[in-house]
Design a protein around this ligand. Sequence first.
Ligand code: TXA
Ligand code: MG
Length: 322
Amino acid sequence: MTTIMIDARVDEARAVDVASTLLREGKVVAIPTETVYGLAAIITNDDAIRGIFTAKGRPADNPLIVHVASFADVTSIAVVSPLAQRLMDAFFPGALTLVLPKRSHVSDLVTAGLDTVAVRMPDLAVTRAIIARAGAPVAAPSANLSGRPSPTTARHVLDDLDGKIAAVIDAGPCREGLESTVVRIVDEKVYILRPGSVSRNDIERCIDAPVATSVQDADLHRSPGTRYRHYAPHANVVLVDSIEEAIRERDADKGPTLLLAPIDLALDLPWRPLSAASLYAELRLADSLHVKKIIVHCDEQVRTNEALMNRLRKAAEPRTED
Ligand code: TXA
Ligand code: MG
């Protein structure tokens, strides 16, 4: 299969036209979002949904996020409680995914047989236009091969999926660069299943109550995706608190290293800037350069970014080969 790439910044009308036509035909199309690129298929076509799992090599028991263009789309697939409505009013469109009770017609392939469905309204007008023109919401996991970092550019998508999907719609680098925050509401309490671009603080300010953190029933409150071996770069990732420590770590190793830091260090060391928006691109770069060690300077600002620290800690966990 030849994968076509269309730059929505050059010709938005054509991007919407081609992408929505392919989706209606049951094809798999990579779409831009403000978080990371998604691999979309229309939820009314089970074969199309199967195409996502095949292209990614994703386990079928890991449910997908449904991306919607409107509030009417949300109520067509899920039951919206008053608290869910409040969160939607505050954060839709945006980087918040709500896990809601699903309506019975939503395919088990999308939800992996769960009685809930994850819903998100992306914050790119072109993406909402594609979904609206497709005529139904689309399911979309991140558009990477399973075991690779989420893609934050159309180039990353092609690096992983060229020849395996019908098209990729390019809208430039993703603004946020980390996946959405996934929350579940149980008994009108909010649980964070996956930290993301929308912060705990943002959510607590909106609902005027603490977000529940203690998880009694792990299976209920954990995102199924967190069961799987997540991406870790080939390099050994070391998180350090200070520049001195960073230098010690670098000197301890003769192999090629990469230093990621949030500020200009004015040091005689090659380093690259670290931010939520750039992390995945840097990890992909490190892999392509066969870097042996990635040293990450986590200053105060990095340490207080829950989503960024969550992804950094995962990258720093020892890689288990299977
Ligand atoms: O920012 C994002 O969320 C991106 C863009 C493309 O929208 N999508 C994304 O999808 O990160 P994915 O499939 O890589 O991650 C979805 C997460 C997984 O951890 C999955 O287990 C969880 O959401 N999830 C999906 N449906 C769920 C459900 N019904 N209950 C609990 N967790 C669910
Ligand atoms: Mg993913």
